[in-house]
Write a protein that binds this ligand. Structure first.
Ligand code: SAH
Length: 352
């Protein structure tokens, strides 16, 4: 049975589902879900991410984390955790770049949070010399300082959508008409968690929440606040998102989110304000990815690597630099948020 037919059967039996339930089924259904069945990254896949564009991305993030570790007195044991590590490229680049930082690699315990068995296998191979541990929820994070990184992870978490109706909200749901999936709206209900959105919306406006992101942020934030460490989160989105940002991408092009469920990547913009409100630790200003990478020295790194003899590298590096930093490419759409302990120093490249 296709995932589309399975969803139609479920709707016929139990009624319309929330956008979050729909995203969860499409992305993580054990046999038919998007992430469960493929490696979506790279030219042959559906999308390409910053660490897959250039090693410079992971190297600079790694050195920023190592600097944060040194600023905190080089704790002897810490957790180096990544959520949604994809092919393991970012973590591999972090660990290679930080080899030059004495003691960092020895003190790090690598922990990965990954829902896809296919990608977990690729990570196992990419990172085998570092002996990572996989955890499925953030509960069992070790009692140690936490250095956390996530690139394009929070955008994959399921969102719920609400349309304003007076002082009430109607949830956007997915039902079916004549065997075709369709959006609809639930009954108007009051929602205290959306009270703060009454001030910046009007009737008919749509807002999104991501309960899974809030719960993860509260666990990560609690660990950083009590044990020290730092977080670097990179994703597309903004401070307080507004409007429908659910999007489907297949073969590097936009698609209809309700067509071909399980075959396209579904994401939503990250609402960084909501992430910060959920994290009980300090956070930096939201900083465009281009600005963050420039502050960490990506231009100097591009020049240094370009001096290598390899012709292809010399040609590719300025292109990668442009894609990662230019405002018309990823430089502005993608934002960076730092997490740190209250009264401690923020991670390098980010302002308190
Ligand atoms: N960070 C990588 C991959 C980004 S794609 C990179 O930048 O290249 C999103 C990643 O998050 C994938 O590894 C995907 O399998 C993982 N993922 C998506 N939803 C998840 C969930 N609910 N729990 C854990 N991992 C998830």
């Amino acid at each position: 049975m296709s995932l589309g037919n399975s969803l139609l059967a479920r709707i016929a039996q139990s009624g319309p589902m929330t956008v979050a339930d729909y995203m969860t089924e499409c992305l993580l259904h054990p046999q038919l879900g998007y992430y469960a069945t493929r490696d979506p990254l790279g030219a042959a896949g559906d999308f390409i991410t910053a660490p897959e564009i250039s090693q410079m991305f992971g190297e600079l993030v790694g050195l920023a984390l190592a600097q944060a570790w040194m600023d905190q007195g080089r704790p002897a044991q810490f957790t180096l955790a990544e959520a949604g590590p994809g092919r393991g490229t970012l973590m591999a680049d972090i660990l290679r770049a930080t080899r030059s930082v004495p003691g960092f690699g020895q003190a790090a315990r690598i922990v990965l949070i990954e829902a896809s068995p296919v990608l977990q296998e690729i990570q196992r191979v990419a990172l085998r010399e570092h002996k990572p541990a996989w955890i499925s929820t953030f509960d069992p994070l070790p009692e140690a300082p936490l250095y956390f990184v996530a690139n394009e992870f929070f955008d994959a978490l399921p969102i719920r959508q609400f349309v304003r109706d007076g002082r009430f909200w109607r949830e956007r749901c997915i039902g079916a008409a004549e065997e075709v999936l369709q959006f609809g709206l639930g009954a108007p209900v009051p929602r205290t968690d959306l009270d703060h959105r009454l001030e910046d919306t009007k009737d008919g406006d749509l807002v999104e929440i991501c309960p899974a992101a809030s719960s993860i942020m509260s666990q990560i934030g609690r660990r950083i606040e009590s044990h020290g460490g730092a977080g670097i989160l990179i994703d597309y989105g903004d401070w307080r998102s507004q409007g429908d940002t659910l999007q489907a991408v297949q073969n590097h092009s936009f698609a209809d989110p309700l067509e071909n469920p399980g075959q396209a990547d579904l994401t939503a913009h990250v609402d960084f304000e909501a992430l910060c409100l959920a994290a009980p630790c300090a956070h930096t200003r939201l900083t465009p990815q281009g600005v963050f990478l420039e502050r960490l020295g990506i231009t100097a790194r591009t020049e240094a690597l370009s001096k290598a003899d390899d012709q292809t590298a010399r040609k590719d590096l300025p292109i990668a630099h442009h894609r990662l930093t230019h405002p018309s490419e990823m430089g502005n759409l993608f934002k960076t948020l730092g997490l740190y302990q209250t009264n401690g120093p923020p991670p390098p490249g980010l302002d308190p």
